[in-house]
Design a protein around this ligand. Structure first.
Ligand SMILES: Cc1ncc(COP(=O)(O)O)c(C=O)c1O
Length: 461
């Protein structure tokens, strides 16, 4: 199909994130015009089930009038207000209070930012600030993990463990250190149980900390479920091991709950699902159901206190964004959480997740699918060239991206990730009937992808 007028205008003017910008000149973008519930509609009126909730974020789906009204009302009342130099406003105060109430660990203070990346950059700066306040000036390294995704600003991209976030950007900066990605499917040794694998991950983390020197490590950051790195669900006992090793060395944990926060895994937070208590937490995305940009860092009382003390010594806490706690974003986030509570969205996730997980896991019988895993309403399938050996396709064959196109033909938006992993992370409001339709469309796309892979001689039959 020739490019539409809107597609051509886009190609002329928009620099797209996460896109092969050369190829894109020929293909142009898919232009989404509107959305309602779990569906979005393109410029030709075709409907798609948005099985990624946009970018793992639109938890309440599209077209929620209550959020639209809240934003309009707040815009009329106080369109902008900031938190610098002692100013404040009710939406930021009420949201901070609400976050302290729902957080899964004791929270002293809440710092607001606009994106997950900014929240994670803030985390790094807070731990450095606190280390300097305590006179522990060597304690500056932050542990992350291979395949972690923590964002794209300079510090958060340094903590992201994906090569394309580093290549040609002169990253990562030297403070980042990487433990292994706990991907049992690929990294387990023959015959190793999940618990044994997790124990080995724990021992290797311990060895890494010993090698670096525990007194040089300020914190470890982790997503409860690794998202953009491939939806890697932690194996049994994994976080027990991480907690044990970090406690041994007195290293605090930063939970990056940018994807897992607000019900995604069947609890309000992933830290609860996996049984650990962080020292601080980053949240974004579902915080406002992505209706407006807002993120936050929740700090333990002790971390809050030391940051406050240091600012007193210096004369100011020299960090903050113009839009930190923007009143319209804050009002919408507060309303979003109210809706989660009123509609018992976490209860809804628990109710529909078994149907989602059952259809997802059944896909592992398909000839193209190596792994099919998930928790709550997040999951992934991995398309492999050989199920017996778990051999991946050559990246140049673009199998995941091709599958993504077949899915789009079938009216389904998924997200192909590195290693031909296909992520699913639908709006949390999805019904059982919509889950069934999602997987019916996905199965039709898989059938097309299989025919294509056979024709292209990518798999033997
Ligand atoms: C776990 C995690 N942390 C941080 C980020 C970065 O968030 P943002 O894109 O809002 O900067 C993301 C984005 O997908 C994420 O998944």
């Amino acid at each position: 199909m020739p490019l539409s007028n809107a597609q051509m205008r886009d190609v002329q003017s928009v620099l797209h994130p996460y896109t092969n910008l050369v190829k894109f000149r020929e293909t142009g973008p898919m232009i989404i015009e509107r959305g309602q519930g779990v569906r979005v509609y393109d410029e030709h009126g075709k409907d798609y089930i948005e099985a990624m909730a946009g970018l793992w974020c639109t938890a309440l789906g599209w077209g929620d009038n209550e959020l639209a009204e809240t934003a309009a009302e707040q815009m009329r009342k106080l369109a902008f207000g900031h938190l610098f130099g002692g100013k404040s406003h009710e939406p930021a105060i009420a949201l901070a209070e609400k976050l302290k109430e729902v957080a899964p660990f004791p929270v002293g203070k809440v710092f607001f930012a606009n994106s997950g990346s900014e929240a994670n950059d803030t985390q790094v700066k807070l731990y450095w600030y606190a280390a300097n306040a305590r006179g522990e000036t060597r304690k500056k390294k932050i542990l992350s993990r291979t395949k972690a995704y923590h964002g794209v600003t300079l510090a958060s991209a340094s903590l992201t463990g994906l090569v394309n976030n580093h290549r040609s950007f002169d990253l990562p900066f030297d403070f980042a250190r990487f433990a292994e990605c706990p991907h049992y499917y690929h990294a387990a040794e023959p015959g190793e149980t999940e618990l044994q694998f997790s124990a080995r991950m724990g021992a290797n983390l311990d060895a890494l900390i010993e090698k670096e020197g525990p007194d040089t490590i300020a914190a470890m950051i982790a997503e409860p479920v690794m998202g953009a790195g491939g939806v890697i669900v932690p194996p049994d006992g994994y976080f027990d091991q991480v907690v044990r090793v970090l406690a041994k060395h007195g290293i605090p944990m930063i939970a990056d709950e940018v994807i897992t926060g607000f019900g995604r895994t069947g609890n309000w937070f992933g830290a609860t699902t996996y049984g650990f208590e962080p020292e601080s937490m980053s949240i974004a995305k579902a915080l406002s159901s992505a209706y407006l940009p807002i993120s936050a860092v929740l700090l333990s009382p002790e971390l809050s206190e030391i940051v406050e003390q240091e600012s007193g010594k210096i004369g100011t806490f020299g960090h903050g964004f113009t839009y930190s706690g923007h009143p319209v974003s804050a009002a919408v986030a507060l309303k979003t959480i109210e809706i989660y509570q009123r509609r018992d969205l976490v209860g809804h996730v628990r109710h529909v997740a078994p149907a989602f997980q059952k259809r997802l896991r059944a896909l592992s019988d398909h000839p193209l699918v190596g792994e099919a895993v998930g928790v709550g309403l997040i999951g992934a399938i991995e398309l492999v060239a050989d199920k017996a050996t778990k051999k991946n396709f050559e990246p140049a064959k673009q199998v995941g991206a091709t599958f993504g196109n077949f899915a789009q033909d079938e009216g389904l938006i998924v997200r192909p990730l590195l290693g031909d992993r296909i992520a699913l992370c639908p709006p949390l409001v999805i019904s059982e009937a919509e889950i069934a339709e999602l997987f019916d469309r996905l199965e039709r796309a898989l059938a097309k992808a299989l025919d294509w892979a056979i024709r292209e001689k990518l798999i033997a039959v």
